[in-house]
Design a protein. Sequence first.
Length: 357
Amino acid sequence: MLTLILRARSLAAGVIVLLLPFSGLHAADLQNGQAVYASTCAVCHGPAGAPDPNSPLVQGLGVVPADLSDPLFNSREPTGDWEMVVRYGGHAMGLAAQMPPHKEALSDEQVADVTAYVKSLVDTSAYPPGEMNLFLPTRTKKAFPEDEVVYKGRYSNESGENPLKSVLEIEKRIGKRGQGILELVHVNDASRSELTDVEVGYKHALSWSNRHILSGAVIYAAPVDSGDSDGELQTYLAYGTELSPAWILQGSLRLKFPMDKASDGAAELAGALHYVHSPWPRQVFPGLEIIAEQPYRSRNGDLEWTALPQVRIGLTRGGHVALNLGLELPLSGQSWDNRAYLTLLWDFADGGFFKGW
Ligand code: HEC
């Protein structure tokens, strides 16, 4: 009994250690941050965060320092990423080397204070925070509105057909909280290799804090060959939250309504848990998704469950190009044996595809 209690206690301690690997428990001192900014950063970034293009020093850099007072830019970059840039310099995070490292010159507290100060340079309350730009899961829908290009390949291992479905997604931030969606769907199997659908949609961030985000989206999938069907309307709610600095949880509820007969559609509930064990983006991060899909017109045994273990692999130093590899396993009587996924994503708001490898 005692060993059991001891084990439970060490397990709990282990969980706490897992949950707190690199959390900054320091409450930022903005006044100190302002002083550090004025003495260390303002020469390049300007007195209020916007660089002065006429300054000889800025001209000599050969690259224009980021405008930290631009609300869209300021809001979409997570505080943790900026602390990394300030501490280790631009090069370490895939940015220009002209942004110098400050890990020798500034203490950890000064880095936290000055970063909190630059974050406070502009009111970003109307924009969803970059902290909630969580890892893109394979099937669970993501809530944060992005500027991103994603290729997703799905190979189904099933007797005879073995179809490869490829989706190219182009996502563009619209305004303060919206995102336009364009998707091209291509299917390649034993009998065909063709573009099957073009999907257009819009996602809107409905509510957020530094720990949560909730979005809603509507997508219309139009078949390329209109003889096939009238297409499908899809709508989803997507939610993301940071359980702790190391654990992120995302979930989505998606409803599909075929235009021919809405009742032939299905509801899909998906959840994804990722372990973010390091603040360095170029790492391998494990994740697990669980997906349940239920046709509206239910027959016995129609509820399909799958598990989708996966890894996110940051490819560039800043992680703005990343790979996700996953294997989906049926947990109920599906016709396929398993499905392999490869997702390549490029967050183009953070720079060109070839930057920072
Ligand atoms: C010698 C000039 C210089 C100094 C000093 C400097 N920076 Fe920078 N900083 C830059 C340049 C140039 C960039 C743009 C890098 C790029 O976009 O590739 C930049 C980028 C940044 C970014 C944006 C990172 C991103 O996500 O794109 C932040 C935040 C930042 N600097 C904060 C600071 C802070 C805080 C200090 C003071 C502790 C500081 N910088 C000092 C030149 C400087």
